[in-house]
Design a protein around this ligand. Structure first.
Ligand SMILES: NC(=O)c1ccc[n+]([C@@H]2O[C@H](COP(=O)([O-])OP(=O)(O)OC[C@H]3O[C@@H](n4cnc5c(N)ncnc54)[C@H](OP(=O)(O)O)[C@@H]3O)[C@@H](O)[C@H]2O)c1
Length: 329
């Protein structure tokens, strides 16, 4: 296959930088490489895939001749990029929340619903960084029987918010005052039960994403899923405490058999524990603390962790591209 001309928009951000690392690690066949960011970074030089490149703004000229664009920017910027990508005939893989629930846009975790890429879509959305590991585990668990309800508490790293939040945590740990522009409460030495915006009925946008995106990726539009999304003072790695209620009692040995060795999953047995530091810098979803509810053997409890910037963002996006071009059948 001929090399692909690739653009990364948001190349100076946390996810954009990680996409460049993952493209290199996976020897993605990159021909020409172009990097874009906001006017703040335009003109900056960056080293990517061994090439020294200049960042530009993502205008019409940026898209011309690109086969593939990774969009690692906010939802409003991604919406502005789409017509430019369409006009240039580029495939766009978007990391933002802009198109995920659009019924015409595939929302893909290759291990779960690679089939959604049939028909050569030109715009593909990659799910939220908490949704990706959760659906990978639920997809295996539903092989054991119908799932009645899923309850989740997340423990989400500050890098999930972007660069500013990483700097904010470092500053707070060093004793500086919290920046109210980043989080509504201090994040250093604290735990904040809010991720993204709060809606009028008390749920957060992150909690809605987890519910609605999981339904779409799993193809289960009535899946009952409730969550509390929490930000914690961890740099990298989102954790989730998950309770899955099945229609029937289940066997823990069968749970282990479904999870152990499943693509992208790493089962951690006692006395070992899955923690964000285990997941840091790799592409696995670490799953452990498996147990049945003492009062109800149809309820399974577990703890999972994944690197939000790797499988939660960059790696999933690159895997989508690999699947589209048949690079790793
Ligand atoms: N962080 C995660 O774990 C994670 C996981 C899944 C999905 N996501 C999603 O991925 C996207 C990027 O997140 P991030 O964490 O990488 O954010 P980030 O670190 O804050 O980076 C944002 C990037 O967007 C660029 N940008 C801002 N305005 C722009 C504009 N008008 N035109 C072009 N580029 C512009 C920034 O460029 P400048 O440097 O010039 O400002 C920067 O490169 C967001 O939609 C986020 O929700 C993030």
């Amino acid at each position: 296959m001929a090399d692909l001309n690739v653009g990364v928009v948001g190349a100076s951000g946390m996810v954009g930088q990680e996409i460049l690392v993952v493209l290199g690690e996976r020897s993605f066949p990159v021909g020409e490489l172009r990097l874009a960011a906001s006017h703040r970074s335009a003109g900056d030089r960056a080293l990517a895939l061994g090439r020294r490149l200049t960042l530009t703004e993502p205008d019409e000229a940026f898209f011309q001749g690109l086969d593939l664009v990774f969009s690692a920017v906010s939802a409003d910027v991604a919406r502005r990029l789409l017509p430019l990508a369409r006009a240039a005939g580029s495939v766009m893989i978007d990391k933002s929340n802009a198109f995920r629930l659009d019924p015409d846009v595939p929302l893909v975790v290759p291990e779960v619903n690679r089939a959604a890429l049939a028909g050569q879509p030109r715009l593909i959305a990659s799910p939220n960084c908490s949704t990706i590991p959760l659906v990978m585990v639920l997809d295996r668990l539903r092989q054991l029987g119908a799932i009645r309800q899923v309850e989740v508490s997340t423990y989400q790293a500050v890098s999930g918010t972007g660069r500013e939040a990483v700097s904010a945590l470092t500053a707070e740990i060093a004793g500086q005052r919290p920046d109210p522009e980043v989080y509504p409460k201090p994040i250093g030495f604290n735990v904040m039960p809010l991720v993204d915006q709060l809606s009028a009925d008390g749920h957060s946008l992150e909690e809605d994403k987890l519910r609605l995106e999981s339904r779409k990726v799993l193809g289960e539009p009535t899946l009952r899923l409730s969550s509390t999304a929490v930000r914690v003072p961890v740099y990298r790695g989102h954790s989730e405490a998950v309770t899955v209620t099945f229609a029937q009692p289940i066997d823990l040995g069968e749970v282990r058999a479904r999870l152990d060795g499943a693509p992208g999953l790493k089962l951690v047995e006692p006395p070992d524990l899955p923690t964000p530091l285990d997941a840091d810098g790799n592409d696995l979803v670490w799953v452990g603390r498996l147990r049945l509810d003492r009062d109800d053997p149809s309820r399974l409890l577990l703890f999972l962790v994944t690197d939000n910037l790797r499988k939660g963002a960059a790696t999933n996006a690159v895997q989508i591209a690999e699947a589209l071009w048949g690079l790793h059948p």
